[in-house]
Design a protein around this ligand. Structure first.
Ligand code: NAG
Ligand code: NAG
Ligand code: NAG
Ligand code: NAG
Ligand code: NAG
Ligand code: NAG
Length: 447
């Protein structure tokens, strides 16, 4: 158990290092306090029956490809570099502002960044006929969910506050980031998210909301853990409350990985050696489908960033243009990714943050590592991994290996969405695609 805890802690620490402010995180699975989850399915009020979610509302219609959601998260804290007016709105049918963070007081949550950015975001979205949502929670932003949803009184007050906020800001929906089991690294501030109570809260919001109001959530690659610490076999009650859930199908491999460097966001992994199969878009979709979420309520989360490793030339493979798969890397020397420094700082959760080796896609283009489509810049070794459908580039001078999604990866993911009849895609995060939305355009062109 301790070993598991330490391993998970190191995952969380590595992930915490990834982005300076309230990053969207994959869930390190833990035996969290999701007891009583089943009670989330308790008899809904009469309104709830009427309020059953419609799958993938808010999608765009394309007579060729049908109706799919083209969505992603817009980080409010990045507005000075990427303002709402710079968003390539024609690529999206809905976008979600990140984040409104939970608070310990009776306001329950707040926009932690400049609120005028949200106003501008919503107004721009509506001017472009794109739905505007706000995401509640996020990594450090989720930490007061527990108290907000712990009693019937608080749930009702929280739900009321959410709908007042949505009405005031003319939102088309709310996205919940509660659906994560966090490790209480510091029990004073970072607490488990009680899934059952959170679901009841969402249901209350649903009951108060207009008919076409969107309720969504971002989730890990495996269904929520039950009381036994294992992914639950039936989470179908979520499908009644939420229009869709976005699977954060990324961060599969990173600088915390024990089995060498590997793909950040593989489509498939069954073609990889068994011990390297740590999860893929395919396995994640299957896991959530098997647990009762219909495919047309599943949205595929896609990363507009790569993850890097320091890999000695000797570990990369001895011949030109062929990179070794899953090479060992130097855990003590994480490459400095976009905007990263070696300085260790403590985040709001008291977690030490250092570099995570994450390179934003547009930054890789700006640095000449790749062209806008994701092809390698000159002087770099390139390998497209047919199994994961992701690419590697390697700089033998700096010894930096980066795995990332190319425009071709995005097209392959669009095909995957179409084949599996998923609701669409959700990009983390839309500010790291190229200015004209190369990746969003690529995935739309095939789904
Ligand atoms: C709710 O659904 C019930 C049964 O389907 C229906 O009779 C009722 O009119 C609906 N109420 C509203 C407000 O739509
Ligand atoms: C209910 O919410 C209030 C205000 O946000 C908070 O102070 C209180 O601790 C919550 N109740 C519980 C039992 O968590
Ligand atoms: C049921 O829905 C109606 C119309 O959307 C709303 O006015 C009413 O407050 C809801 N009732 C409850 C108990 O949420
Ligand atoms: C990868 O797949 C492409 C297209 O399916 C094929 O042309 C290519 O030969 C494959 N490469 C390897 C190394 O298997
Ligand atoms: C490779 O790394 C070296 C050393 O850091 C750097 O000078 C060079 O510009 C890099 N090459 C590319 C194509 O980025
Ligand atoms: C509609 O789908 C087709 C084929 O999937 C694609 O080529 C086209 O760009 C799409 N149109 C829009 C408006 O997204």
């Amino acid at each position: 158990m301790m070993k598991v805890f330490l391993a998970l802690t190191s995952v969380l620490l590595s992930l915490a290092a990834a982005r300076p402010t309230c990053p969207k995180k994959p869930t390190p699975s833990t035996s969290a306090t999701t007891s009583a989850y089943g009670s989330a399915t308790t008899t809904p009020s009469t309104n709830a029956t009427n309020a059953t979610a419609t799958p993938a509302a808010g999608g765009y219609s394309n007579s060729t490809s049908g109706t799919r959601l083209a969505t992603g998260w817009y980080p409010g804290w990045g507005a000075d570099k990427f303002s709402p007016s710079q968003i390539p709105w024609d690529k999206y049918s809905a976008l979600t502002y990140a984040f409104a963070v939970t608070t310990p007081d009776d306001s329950f949550f707040k926009i932690s960044d400049d609120p005028s950015v949200l106003t501008e975001f919503v107004s721009q979205a509506h001017a472009h006929n794109v739905k505007a949502l706000v995401s509640i929670g996020g990594y450090t932003g989720s930490r007061y969910f527990s108290s907000s949803v712990s009693t019937p009184e608080n749930r009702t007050a929280f739900a009321t506050a959410l709908m007042d906020f949505a009405t005031k800001n003319q939102l088309d929906g709310l996205d919940f980031e509660y659906a994560m089991d966090f490790i209480p690294l510091d029990s004073h501030i970072l607490t488990y998210i009680p899934i059952a109570e959170s679901t009841r809260t969402s249901r209350e919001v649903r009951q108060k909301a207009p008919k076409d109001f969107q309720l969504t959530a971002a989730v890990a690659m495996t269904p929520f853990n039950g009381p036994d610490g294992k992914p639950m076999s039936d989470v179908s009650s979520f499908a009644q409350v939420l229009n869709h859930i976005a699977i954060m199908a990324y961060d599969v491999y990173g600088t915390w990985s024990e089995t060498g460097a590997g793909p950040n966001a593989p489509i498939q992994d069954t073609c990889a050696p068994t011990q390297k199969q740590l999860g893929s878009c395919a396995s994640a979709v299957k896991a959530w489908s098997d647990a009762g979420i219909p495919a047309n309520q599943l949205v595929l989360g896609v990363p507009a960033y790569g993850r890097s490793y320091t890999v000695a030339s000797s570990a990369v493979g001895g011949y030109a243009q062929k990179l070794a798969e899953y090479p060992t890397f130097d855990k003590n020397l994480v490459p400095l990714g976009t905007g990263e420094t070696r300085t260790q700082t403590k985040d709001e959760c008291g977690v030490e943050q250092g570099p995570g080796g994450i390179f934003n896609y547009n930054d890789m283009v700006a640095r000449g590592f790749i062209d806008s489509q994701g092809n390698a810049g000159s002087g770099l070794t390139y390998q497209f991994d047919n199994c994961s459908q992701t690419a590697y580039i390697y700089n033998s001078t700096s010894q930096v290996l980066i795995n990332y999604d190319t425009a071709d990866t995005y097209k392959a993911k669009g095909n995957f969405i179409k084949e599996q009849n998923l609701a669409g895609f959700a990009m983390w995060s839309i500010d790291t695609d190229t200015a004209d939305g190369t990746l969003a355009g690529a995935i739309r062109s095939t789904m």
